[in-house]
Design a protein. Structure first.
Length: 337
């Protein structure tokens, strides 16, 4: 049997479930660990839940609090109202800013409408905002590697619009021009493919040899850990199923990483019902993982569906153990003691 990875976590390499004759057929699931909720998503979702408990419905949320259909629908049923812009929020109402962060102009607009804001921006996104502000203050040209139009990129670029250029992919490097090639730094969106970003940076550095690196990794721990786990698992798989929504950057990247690491096929699904049985034809090993905005209940649904098709043996592939937890935003934090 191909090896799984054991980082010393009890039970990490044992089969946790079996059934449906899968042992005889050799059919199995490799389950990536870590997967699913990261600390920033956990915090953002809890922020909306607590705001609803504390203030009652409706609580307005600017943009999807996290990029997951199930999470957004569940919160909407509980009384959250998702809006595109703050001018859709009634004067004086409560509005939560999503985990992806907002540009300073959004705070100004909210203040002008007397909105009571709760900022659920992930602290790791705020870190990148602070880097953009700092290097803009020092008059650097900032090359922000990220997807044009993604909410996080819009928010980060908005911190220093006169200094930031977005570099969408390695080929976009050809169009980049700067004022002083000796005063250039790259920063990045938190949820990119590590490998593609490194390729973009390699090309940037060819063009600007004294390009500075960010003070610390901008691609966050959760994005990196989920990609490492998929890379460990994918070479063993004929199919990888990534649970996540189409607008979730880190989930889409996991599909790309699975294909790049050797899986014959990889698909993104929001729900277990999205699995097309034809994907399973001739497949012995299915890898399963989930994006950072995906609750575990959706992964369980996928495992149950796969068990129905004879993939009852589940073997975790563990490459890291995550323990990071972020404090809730100040406005919603319960009083101490
Ligand atoms: S994916 Fe990373 S940056 Fe985004 S919310 Fe999670 S921890 Fe924060």
């Amino acid at each position: 049997m191909p090896p799984t990875i054991n980082m010393g976590i009890p039970g990490a390499t044992s089969s946790v479930r079996s059934g449906g004759g899968s042992q005889a057929s050799g059919k199995r699931v490799l389950l990536a660990e870590p997967r699913g909720y990261c600390a920033g998503v956990d915090r953002a979702v809890e922020t909306v839940e607590r705001a609803l408990e504390k203030h009652g419905a409706p609580v307005y949320v600017r943009h999807e609090i996290v990029h997951n259909v199930h999470v957004v629908e569940t919160l909407a049923k509980a009384g959250a109202v998702f809006v595109d812009e703050t001018d859709e929020v009634p004067e004086g109402a409560i509005v939560v800013f999503s985990a992806h962060g907002v540009a300073p102009t959004v705070h100004v607009e909210a203040a002008a409408r007397n909105l009571r804001t709760i900022d659920a921006t992930c602290p790791l996104v705020t870190k990148v905002h602070n880097e953009a502000k700092r290097f803009a203050r020092d008059d650097y040209d900032i090359l922000l590697v990220g997807h044009t139009g993604h909410e996080e990129v819009v928010g980060t670029a908005g911190e220093a619009p006169d200094h930031v250029q977005v570099v969408d992919n390695p080929d976009a490097v050809d169009q980049v021009t700067v004022r002083d090639p000796n005063k250039v730094i790259w920063l990045s969106q938190t949820t990119l493919s590590v490998d593609e970003t490194m390729e973009t940076v390699r090309r940037l550095r060819e063009k600007f040899p004294t390009l500075q690196d960010p003070p610390s990794d901008d691609i966050c721990y959760a994005t990196q850990n989920r990609q490492v786990a998929v890379k460990a698992m994918a070479p063993e798989c004929e199919l990888v199923i990534v649970v996540g929504s189409r607008n979730s950057s880190n989930s889409v990247r996991l599909v790309e990483v699975a294909l790049g690491a050797g899986s014959d096929a990889a698909h993104l699904v929001d729900y277990a019902e999205d699995i097309d049985p034809t994907w399973l034809e001739g497949v012995t090993t299915v890898g399963v993982t989930s994006g950072a905005s995906v609750p575990e209940v959706l992964v369980r649904g996928v495992l149950e569906r796969l068990a129905e098709y004879g993939y009852g043996t589940v073997q975790p592939v563990t490459t890291a153990n995550e323990t990071l937890v972020f404090a809730l935003p100040r406005e919603i934090r319960p009083p101490r003691g």
